[in-house]
Design a protein around this ligand. Structure first.
Ligand code: AMP
Ligand code: GLY
Length: 424
């Protein structure tokens, strides 16, 4: 199959790598790709958000399948433009991608579909929003409606803080159009998990749950990042939890969308909070998560391209989706200073050595400079390993991390530690 993957991060490296693992001799292309992806696919110098440029490439090159990594092009209608050319695309149409692009729309669909989620109210008017704070306990969550690169969610410990967040969004235009509408939401306690649901509009196959590690430091301390590591399967997502996700979350959501004439084809990423109030959806994303993809895809059996194509063509057979036993762990190695300002161009060594002991090293922010691999982003590499159990996977991943060096590299030392609390 001739396949174009769109994006340039660790997630897209994992998608391309997993397609290569099919061993089916696919012709792989990636726009724009990165230094790691280059070893597996022909990179195409078109940005992931250049909808016109990508559509023109697809028109000229007629791939058998396009797989879209990030949310921005999906929310901008890339899947619609590609589908209009008669080329199968894995990734939802613009109307369906609103599940991620608009938290107000997403909440509305969840309410219509009876999906368990935090109680919320939606506002455009700042006076009404501030008055509504009375109706919520503390802490309270304030969310910008639109895409805000993960920064649009504020957990306010006091009413003053919540009011400031509301004024920032609705009066000061802190997130631009993304903050022109806000949600005030009940705070939920518990542990988070990510579940990817492969969807063809009607049928659903859930992949094993994973957990991300958002904070930069061990024990979930320090500022938020794009994700410092992940592991799968997550023991908190018991078979009962997974059944609820399928029957009470994903299937009713697809049905509610269909009732509006919207067909969801792609992956529906369910961000869950599992706690005293049961299983609740915190958010939907319209794409694979990063770095969860870097552990979930290495566990997936079978022909990945065929599976994605079946979703794109509305003929997913969930019984055909199988996963390996054991576990997978990925540890992100970040540049010094990340998630704040960080230098680029630091020389990286040891990737081949980590691979030689069985790790898969996904590139997130790297570049080739004069034949040498150097850092080119905040999250630089993510080192994945499998194991017959989680302990082994953790040890294998950290053995890989120990082989890799660049000046000031930092990483969390407690990836997956949370899981062991459930396993003892
Ligand atoms: P979201 O983009 O909606 O997933 O929010 C980003 C992060 O904010 C989530 O991953 C949670 O850690 C936190 N969060 C969002 N909504 C809530 C909520 N209702 N209760 C507690 N934490 C939340
Ligand atoms: N790992 C969370 C995300 O991709 O949004």
């Amino acid at each position: 199959m001739k396949i174009l993957v769109i994006g340039s991060g660790g997630r897209e490296h994992a998608i391309v790598w997993r397609l290569a693992q099919d061993g089916a001799g696919h012709a792989l292309f990636c726009a724009p790709g990165n230094a790691g992806i280059e070893a597996l696919a022909t990179t195409v110098p078109i940005g992931a958000e250049d909808v016109e440029g990508l559509t023109a490439w697809v028109r000229g090159n007629r791939p058998d399948l396009v797989v879209v990594g990030p949310e921005a092009p999906l929310c901008a209608g890339l899947a619609d433009a590609i589908a209009a050319l008669g080329v199968p695309v894995f990734g939802p149409c613009q109307a369906a991608a609103r599940l991620e692009g608009s938290k107000a729309f997403s909440k509305e669909i969840m309410m219509v579909a009876g999906v368990p989620t935090a109680r919320a109210e939606i506002f455009k008017d700042v006076t009404q929003a501030i008055a509504a704070l009375e109706r919520f306990d503390l802490p309270v969550v304030v969310k910008a409606d639109g895409l805000a690169a993960g920064k649009g969610v504020i957990i306010a410990q006091t009413r003053a803080e919540a009011e400031e967040a509301l004024r920032g969004m609705l009066e000061a235009g802190r997130f631009g159009a993304a903050g022109a509408e806000v949600l005030i939401e009940e705070f939920l306690e518990g542990e988070e998990a990510s579940v990817f649901a492969l969807c063809d509009g009607e049928h659903v196959a859930l992949l094993p749950a994973a957990q991300d590690h958002k904070r930069v430091n061990d024990h979930d301390e320090g500022p938020n990042t794009g994700g410092m590591g992940a592991y799968t399967p997550a023991p908190i997502a018991t078979p009962e939890v997974m059944a609820q996700v399928r029957d009470r979350v994903v299937l009713p959501t697809l049905r509610a969308l269909r009732e509006r004439g919207i067909v969801y084809r792609g992956v529906l990423f369910c961000g869950l909070m599992i706690g005293p109030k049961g299983v609740n959806v915190l958010e939907f994303n319209c794409r694979f998560g990063d770095p969860e993809t870097e552990v979930v895809l290495p566990m997936l059996k079978g022909n990945f391209a065929a599976l994605l194509l079946a979703c794109a063509q509305g003929r997913l057979d969930a019984s055909a989706v199988g996963t390996e036993s054991g576990a997978a762990v990925t540890v992100v190695m970040a540049a010094p200073g990340y998630p704040g300002a960080y230098p680029k161009g630091l020389e990286i060594s040891g990737v081949a050595e980590a691979e030689a002991i069985g790790c898969v090293v996904f590139h997130a922010g790297t570049a080739m400079r004069e034949g040498k691999l150097v850092t080119a982003g905040g999250r630089v590499l993510t080192v994945t390993a499998r194991g017959t159990n989680l302990r082994e996977a953790v040890d294998n991943a950290y053995a890989g991390v120990a082989k890799i060096h660049f000046e000031g590299a930092h990483f969390r030392r407690d990836i997956a530690a949370k899981a062991f609390r459930h396993l003892h």
